[in-house]
Ligand binder design. Structure first.
Ligand code: NAD
Ligand code: TDX
Length: 338
C-alpha cells in the first residue's frame, strides 16, 4: 500500500486534507507527523483516529533524529509539508519559531526524504511570498518573491531552499502557493473563524486599519484538491498557484458575515492596523487550471454559509480552544508527552 506522509496534519488545512485523502484514496496509508503546537489539535481528526490506514507520529520537524526515524519506519512514497507557524500577527510578535519551523524544519524534512528516496515532495507555500499588489494585477508563478512579514519571509526562504534542493540534488519537489483558506477547523485567530466566534458571543470584530485590504478566499477543500493534483501530476521543480477567484475587501467580508449571522454592524470595531499590512492579494491560477486540470469548485458565498453552519454546529470546539480547555484533551490522549 503506498504511503503518504503529511506534516502539520493536526492543523486547519492538514486535517481537512488528511480526512479527504482517506475518503478519496482508499488504498493508501497516511502518516501524520505533528508537534501539536498551540495550532495543532488532534480533535480535528478524532473521527479518523481509529482508521487502520491512519498513523499519528507526535514530534517536531526540527528534530532530526525523530524525523529520520519516522521516515525510515514508514518509507513514504509521497510527502506533503504543511507544518508551519502560520499566523502573520504572531510572526510580528516573535519571529523565532517561524524561522525554526518554516525554514530549518523544511531543510531537515527534505534531508530525511532524500535519505530514504521519497518519490515526490510537496512544499505547501503561500501567495504572501509575492508581497502585495496595488489595485490592479495578479500574482503569477513568475512574480518575483517580495515577502513583507517575518511569516512570509520565512515561507519564501523555505521555497528557495526547496528550489536549491531540486537544482542541486535533483530532489523531486513541487511548490504550491495558495491564497487565504477558509472552512471548518480553522484556528480562531484567523479572520473568518475569529469574527464568526466573536459575533456569536456579541463581542467586537476588530477590523485592522481601514478594512480596505483585499484577500482572495478559497475553500480549504479546493486547496486540498489542488495540492493532491500537484503532488501526483505536477512537474518536478515547478510552482503552482491556487486561488479562489474570490477577491473581497475585509470590511465587505465582515459585513457579509454579520448579515449571514443576523448580527448588527455595531459589532465592527476599527483597530490599529497590522504593521506592514499587505494591501491586496489576487491570484492568477491559469497554470494549475491548464496543466493540472484543477479549478476551484466552491462559490465563496455558498462556502461561507456552509462554513458558518459548521461553526454553529461546533461551538464547543471553538469554546474549548478559546478557553484553553483543549490542552486537557491533549493531556488525556498524550499524557506527559506534550
Ligand atoms: P495551522 O497553524 O492551522 O497548522 C499548523 C500545523 O503545523 C499545526 O498542526 C501544528 O501543530 C503543526 N506544526 C507547527 N510547527 C511544527 C513543527 N515544528 N513540527 C511539526 N508540526 C508542527 O496552519 P494552516 O493554516 O493549516 O496552514 C498549513 C500550511 O499551509 C502552512 O504551511 C501555511 O503556511 C500554508 N498556507 C496557509 C494558508 C491559510 O490561509 N491558512 C494559505 C496558504 C498557505
Ligand atoms: O482580527 C483581525 N482583523 C483583521 O482585520 C485579523 C486576525 C485579521 N484581519 C485582517 C488582516 C488580513 O488583511 O484580515 C485579513 C486576513 O487576516 P488573517 O486571517 O490573519 O490572514 P492573512 O494575514 O491574510 O494570512 C493568511 O493567508 C495566507 C494565513 O494566515 C496565512 O497562513 C496564509 O499564508
Amino acid at each position: 500500500m503506498p504511503t503518504l506522509l503529511v506534516t502539520g496534519g493536526c492543523g486547519f488545512i492538514g486535517a481537512n486534507f488528511i480526512r479527504w485523502q482517506l475518503q478519496t484514496h482508499a488504498d493508501q496509508k497516511v502518516v501524520n507527523l505533528d508537534k501539536l503546537t498551540y495550532a495543532g489539535n488532534p480533535e480535528n481528526l478524532a473521527d479518523v483516529a481509529s482508521d487502520p490506514r491512519y498513523v499519528f507520529e507526535h514530534g517536531d520537524i526540527c528534530d532530526r533524529e525523530f524525523v529520520d526515524r519516522v521516515l525510515k519506519d514508514h518509507q513514504p512514497d509521497l510527502v506533503v509539508n504543511f507544518a508551519a507557524e502560520s499566523h502573520v500577527d504572531r510572526s510580528i510578535l516573535d519571529s523565532g519559531p517561524f524561522v525554526r519551523t518554516n525554514i530549518v524544519g523544511t531543510q531537515i524534512l527534505m534531508d530525511a526524504c532524500r535519505a530514504v528516496g521519497t518519490q515526490r515532495y510537496l512544499q505547501v507555500s503561500t501567495d504572501e511570498v509575492y508581497g502585495s499588489l496595488g489595485a490592479e494585477g495578479f500574482f503569477t508563478e513568475e512574480t518575483p518573491l517580495a515577502p513583507n512579514s517575518p511569516y512570509s519571509a520565512s515561507k519564501a526562504a523555505a521555497d528557495l531552499l526547496v528550489r536549491g534542493y531540486v537544482h542541486t540534488f535533483g530532489f523531486p519537489a513541487v511548490i504550491t502557493r495558495c491564497s487565504n483558506n477558509y472552512g471548518p477547523y480553522q484556528f480562531p485567530e484567523k479572520l473568518i473563524p475569529l469574527f464568526i466566534s466573536n459575533a456569536l458571543k456579541d463581542q467586537a470584530l476588530p477590523v485592522y486599519g481601514t478594512g480596505h485590504n483585499v484577500r482572495d478566499w478559497i475553500h480549504v477543500l479546493d486547496h486540498g484538491r489542488g495540492i493532491d493534483a500537484a503532488l501526483r501530476r505536477g512537474r518536478v521543480g515547478e510552482v503552482y498557484n491556487f486561488g479562489g477567484h474570490s477577491e473581497v475587501r475585509n470590511i465587505d467580508l465582515t459585513l457579509t458575515l454579520l448579515e449571514l449571522l443576523g448580527k448588527p454592524k455595531t459589532l465592527i470595531k476599527y483597530v490599529t492596523d497590522r504593521p506592514g499590512h499587505d494591501l491586496r492579494y489576487a491570484i492568477d491560477c491559469a497554470k494549475a487550471e491548464t496543466e493540472l486540470g484543477w479549478k476551484p469548485q466552491y462559490n465563496f458565498r455558498d462556502g461561507l454559509r456552509e462554513t458558518i453552519d459548521w461553526y454553529l454546529a461546533n461551538t464547543a470546539w471553538i469554546d474549548r480552544i478559546k478557553s484553553g480547555e483543549y490542552r486537557k484533551y491533549y493531556e488525556q490522549q498524550y499524557g506527559g508527552r506534550l
